[in-house]
Design a protein around this ligand. Sequence first.
Ligand SMILES: [Zn+2]
Length: 110
Amino acid sequence: MTINDLRKLSEDEARELFEQVMWPDGQPVCPHCGNCSPKRIGKVKANPAKRVRAGLYVCKDCPGRRQFTVTTNTVFHGSKFSLTKWLEIITSMCSAKFGTSTQQLRRENN
Ligand SMILES: [Zn+2]
């Protein structure tokens, strides 16, 4: 996959890519308790009408069945940037000869 391929990804495809990186064996891991049992983690069906976003999982081991996504407890969580934007930022930081400063990112994204 090239940088240009990454730039063409939809938000769903970007989230799936993050999931492949975070959970390389394909099994979501609860960021709250570390549970990674396939039988104890469920996928919540996306339902925009009820504000249930795609990529949401529920841990059956956590008290209160806590929910999580691939970005929970990461620097990407609660960010104003979409995952496609983060991919763009990461590839920009990795490909720039002298890196990318936070000031430059701010200028480009305001
Ligand atoms: Zn858990």
